[in-house]
Design a protein around this ligand. Structure first.
Ligand code: T46
Length: 136
C-alpha cells in the first residue's frame, strides 16, 4: 500500500544564539531530484487545499511556518498527519490522495516536487482515483 511509503523526514537543524537554520540537499535529504518548488500561503481560515492525487509525482511538504493537517488516502486506508515543525518534511509518493486543511494563521506550506507542473498527472476526481488505486 502506498500509505506505508509516506513518512516524516528529519532535516538537519543548526541551532545557535541567532536562531535556527535548516537545509535540504537534493538526493540526500529527499529521495528524488527536485524539479520544482512551490508554496501555499495566505490561506484563509477554514479553507482547505489539495483534494487530488498524482499518477507519478512525488513530493515533500514542509510547514516552514505555522501548522496544518494533511489527510492521506491510498484508496485502502486514511491517515491524518499534523505538520508544525520547519525541520521536518512529509514525503508523499505517487498515487496518494491528499487534502490539506486546518491551516493556522500565517502558515506556509513549502513543497518540493519531483516533476514540473503537469495537469495530466492529476486525479482530481476521487472515484477515478479509487478505481486506479484499487485496480478495479
Ligand atoms: C499538492 C498540494 C500540496 C501551477 O500552475 N503550477 C504549479 O506548480 C501548481 C502546484 C499549481 N499550478 C496551478 C494549477 C491551478 O490552476 O495553480 C492552480 C492551483 O493549483 P491546485 O488547485 O492544484 O492547488 P492545491 O493547493 O490544491 O494543490 C497543490 C498541488 O497542485 C498539489 O500537487 O499536493 O498543493
Amino acid at each position: 500500500m502506498m500509505l506505508a511509503q509516506c513518512r516524516i523526514i528529519e532535516f538537519p537543524k543548526i541551532q545557535d544564539r541567532r536562531g535556527n537554520l535548516t537545509f535540504i540537499e537534493e538526493n540526500r535529504h529527499v529521495p528524488f531530484e527536485i524539479k520544482r518548488v512551490y508554496y501555499l500561503y495566505d490561506v484563509p481560515g477554514g479553507e482547505s487545499r489539495g483534494g487530488h492525487a498524482h499518477k507519478q509525482l512525488q513530493q515533500v511538504l514542509i510547514a516552514v511556518s505555522g501548522s496544518f493537517d494533511v489527510v492521506l488516502d491510498d484508496g485502502f486506508s486514511r491517515e491524518k498527519i499534523t505538520l508544525n515543525r520547519p525541520w521536518q518534511g512529509l514525503y508523499i509518493p505517487q498515487m496518494v490522495w491528499r487534502e490539506i486543511e486546518n491551516f493556522s494563521s500565517g502558515a506556509v506550506c513549502l513543497v518540493l516536487a519531483s516533476e514540473f507542473y503537469d495537469e495530466e498527472d492529476y486525479y482530481r476526481n476521487y472515484a477515478n482515483f479509487l478505481r486506479a488505486a484499487r485496480g478495479t
